[in-house]
Design a protein around this ligand. Structure first.
Ligand code: GDP
Ligand code: MN
Length: 379
């Protein structure tokens, strides 16, 4: 799950990372009031779930409250990479002498969190990685041992040679790691980590992504979810317990189990088709779930046929068939539908489908071939 910069700032601040004070507003007059309260130069920053806001014109310095209001009014409502800015942060601006990068991601290859620091901060780190990878220092962290003080000092030393500045940076490096572990993040980064001309260290930007599978342990973070940053389909799928990922093809798939869903996508490709989505309806399949799945899939204008591929283990095929019939009675799909149900109570399911004059396929191959063919004919 992505969270906003201001929320990441709150988390980091809670771990003791030095963060300039700030407030979040959705009205330009409020931005002016916050700037008055802060009483010095401020920075007005778009709060949207994308990076590169600075380049897109979503981060602006203001010398006066009046200027802060003008910037807020320009940034609010702005479109940044397809997202509309609904709120801005007004933060105490710091003078920048140097901009560094410090971040942690989970690295699948080493199966560890990897700490990355670079003296080339303030710019897109992917760009640094692509053009001057030697400027990024990587340090895998053993999750059992954690990050030692010596590790933190070594990383800080890569950023700044001045001992007292490096000492302050080492503290931030340690606290960022604590925040990363403590909030079950998959990514936590500060870019830029700023050193001022008078050698103070401040985290001026913060980004944290949370591992969805750990959210149940963090109701406070779950509450940070911004519904406006999630598409309607994604929200409905999540609320109904469906795993849905939209793809570019035209064969809509409704499948139970992630493994079978992946296999189904492979078999669609094998028969020359393109899956329109990955959709795992999970263990049980109430009519509501089926209805939501069908709604989400038919909401995608690319979809030309729908393939329902269910293996009944704990899930009973007759339940699925009843759910499907109920869903279709509620709202007919208007697209060719191929159903393949196998496993527990498959015979009963077949009878239910036949009663409602719905065609079913015996095997996965047969079902997929049919669905691909039907999509092609519609195209
Ligand atoms: P991003 O573009 O989405 O990564 O947003 P950032 O928060 O990183 O801001 C982009 C750039 O704006 C930073 O790299 C800084 O150069 C500049 N900036 C942000 N906050 C401040 C600040 O408090 N003072 C100064 N002088 N510049 C800032
Ligand atoms: Mn940044």
């Amino acid at each position: 799950m992505k969270i906003h910069e201001y929320q990441a700032r709150e988390i980091l601040s809670g771990y003791g990372v030095p963060i300039p004070r700030f407030e979040v507003v959705d009205d330009s007059r409020d931005a002016r009031r916050v700037a008055e309260k802060i009483g010095s130069m401020v920075v007005v920053k778009a709060q949207v779930h994308v990076g590169g806001r600075g380049k897109a014109g979503g981060v602006k310095l203001a010398q006066t409250p009046r200027e802060a209001e003008a910037h807020a009014s320009a940034i609010l409502g702005m479109d940044i990479k397809g997202l509309t800015v609904e709120r801005v942060m007004v933060a105490d601006a710091v003078d920048i002498d140097r901009e560094y990068y410090a971040g942690i991601v989970v690295d699948r290859a080493t199966k560890r969190p990897v700490y990355m620091v670079s003296a080339a901060g303030g710019v897109d780190i992917e760009e640094v990685a692509a053009t001057t990878p030697e400027r990024i220092h990587k340090h895998p962290v053993d999750p059992e041992d954690g990050l030692s003080e010596a590790d933190a000092q070594e990383l800080a030393g890569k950023l700044d040679a001045r001992p007292h500045v490096a000492r302050d940076i080492a503290v931030v490096v340690e606290k960022l790691y604590e925040a990363f572990i403590g909030s079950d993040a998959s990514l936590a980064e500060i870019n830029p980590l700023v050193v001022t001309p008078d050698e103070q260290v401040w985290a001026v930007d913060a980004k944290i992504n949370i591992d969805d599978n750990a959210l149940f342990r963090h109701p406070d973070i779950e509450a940070m979810r911004d519904p406006s940053s999630e598409t309607d389909e994604l929200r409905r799928a999540r609320e109904m317990g469906l795993s849905y990922i939209k793809l570019e093809g035209d064969v809509g798939c409704i499948v139970n189990g992630a493994g079978l869903a992946m296999t189904t996508m492979d078999v669609i490709k094998y028969y020359g088709g393109e899956p329109a989505n990955f959709l795992d309806i999970g263990g049980s399949s109430s009519p509501e779930k089926m209805q939501t799945a069908i709604d989400i899939i038919t909401g995608d204008p690319n979809v030309k046929s729908i393939l329902l591929n269910i293996f009944g283990g704990i899930t009973r095929c007759d339940d699925v068939a009843r759910g499907l019939v109920a869903a279709l009675e509620e709202q007919p799909v208007g697209l060719p539908l191929v159903v393949r149900l196998t496993g527990t109570n498959a015979e009963e399911a077949g009878r239910i489908l036949a009663e409602h004059e719905m065609e079913s396929a015996e095997t996965m191959d047969e079902a997929v071939e049919k669905a691909v063919e039907l999509a092609r004919r519609q195209a």
